[in-house]
Design a protein around this ligand. Structure first.
Ligand code: PLP
Length: 425
């Protein structure tokens, strides 16, 4: 019997045996003991599964990763130390020097930097496309060396909703996987795998933790992408790995297990970035109430967005839950008709200066480089998270300089509206 997603939030990933702890144990140990070197050697050869060093795997992390895999409807998952690490690992597990990525231009500033600056230094090229690109425009962005397509379900902070089905179809026409960052929607409001995504990533720092307590990330494999069907495009997965005695991941672990096994065995082994078991425990506390919290974040954001839309000091409001929003139709299709998250963007009349003044007057909303936790907060992307971007890049990403991004927490919506009302006045 398959439980509903609500029950999975509470119970998936860990089933205690008789007399075992009801809550997941925090295995606060760097290493694990074996009776013989031979037994431990099997783990190093990937001939047996088990634990030997927490940089690669830890039971606490694996319980939580299994829960996230269940929530997203994937076959395997892993935790990383941050969302940045999750997106880097997910892409670098597929690409190498000489590869090319097609990415939506409307994505988180940190990911934009990662792909356009840092991965470029590694010899990985990118073509950014509009999240509203047509099939023809998408097809034109692909090159012979394209190995992955990347986008965000709901972009941070532009709040564009990606046409996941269209992006998945384009990726698959060109025989490459679609990687979707589902941080803002969470699996409560969208499960990208159901729309054709092959790999799903998360900054668990946001709603999954939900309390602003622990930085973390996650990668989920749908198990649907057939690496062997396009063998020559993905040598890392389809040709022997000399650093593991010639194992071929796609052959040995199949469609369901190859991606996460390689990502753990190679990326984690060589690059680190494991989530601490302590943080994984905190993350799991957040996941236990994700299905209860998300509807309240959405309810508060919807009420705040409607208030802002009717306020004369406000030039424009973006929230996919608003009927007139540019992305409302996609919200109906992909987000069950709701706004999908607690984040709302609006532009005040008077630009950057007025935006800064309004933010200083807010009392319930705090100025923070954060979103998606229980406490409401606000930020001006142009002067903070996105300050590395040029005006043209900001424009292309849909983030004017006077934009304020607010994250509606779990407080009473009447208090949130009253706070904004006095600040705008
Ligand atoms: C915050 C965020 C990230 C980066 O995650 P960290 O945990 O801060 O490293 C990636 N993608 C999205 C959509 C985010 O909101």
């Amino acid at each position: 019997m398959d439980n509903s997603i609500n029950t999975k939030c509470v119970q998936a990933g860990y089933t205690p045996g008789n007399g075992e702890p009801r809550q997941i144990p925090i295995v606060q140990s760097t290493t694990f003991k074996y009776d013989s070197s031979e037994e431990m050697g099997k783990l190093f050869d990937l001939e047996a599964s088990g634990y030997f060093y927490t940089r690669l795997q830890n039971p606490t992390n694996d319980y939580v990763a299994a829960k996230i895999a269940a929530l997203e409807g994937g076959t395997a998952a892993m935790l990383t130390s941050s969302g940045q690490a999750a997106n880097f690992f997910a892409l670098f597990n597929i690409c190498q020097c000489g590869s090319h990525i097609v990415a939506s231009s409307s994505i988180y500033g940190g990911t934009f930097n990662l792909i356009s600056v840092t991965m470029a230094k590694m010899g990985i090229d990118v073509t950014f496309v509009s999240p509203d690109a047509t099939d023809e425009e998408l097809d034109a962005a692909f090159k012979e060396n394209t190995r992955a397509v990347f986008g965000e379900t709901i972009a941070n902070p532009a709040l564009t909703v990606l046409d996941i089905e269209r992006f998945a179809a384009a990726a698959h026409r060109h025989n490459v996987p679609l990687v979707i960052d589902n941080t803002f929607a969470t699996p409560i409001n969208c499960r990208p795998i159901e729309w054709g995504a092959d790999i799903v990533t998360h900054s668990t720092t946001k709603y999954m933790d939900g309390h602003g307590a622990a930085v973390g990330g996650a990668i989920v494999d749908s198990g649907n992408f057939d690496w062997m069907a396009h063998k020559e495009l993905f040598p890392g997965l389809t040709e022997p790995d000399d650093s593991y005695h010639g194992i071929t991941y796609a052959e040995k672990f199949g469609k369901e297990g190859a991606f996460i096994t390689k990502c753990t065995a190679q990326m984690m082994r060589d690059l680190g970035c494991i989530q601490s078991p302590q943080n994984a425990f905190i993350l799991n506390l957040g996941l236990e109430s994700l299905h209860v919290r998300m509807p309240r974040h959405v309810e508060n954001a919807q009420a705040v967005a409607e208030f802002l839309a009717s306020n004369p000091a406000v030039a424009s409001v973006s929230y996919p839950g608003l009927e007139g929003d540019k992305y409302h139709d996609r919200a109906v299709k992909y987000l069950n008709g709701c706004g999908g998250c607690g984040v709302v963007s609006f532009e005040v009349k008077g630009g950057r200066e007025v935006a800064e003044k309004v933010m200083e007057k807010l009392k319930v909303f705090a100025i923070e480089t954060h979103v998606a936790d229980a406490r409401s907060c606000c930020l001006n992307p142009a002067t903070s998270t996105h300050r590395q971007m040029t005006d043209e890049q900001l424009e292309a990403a849909g983030i004017p300089a006077g934009l304020i991004r607010i994250s509606c927490g779990l407080e009473d919506k009447a208090d949130l509206i009253a706070d904004l009302e006095q600040a705008l006045a």
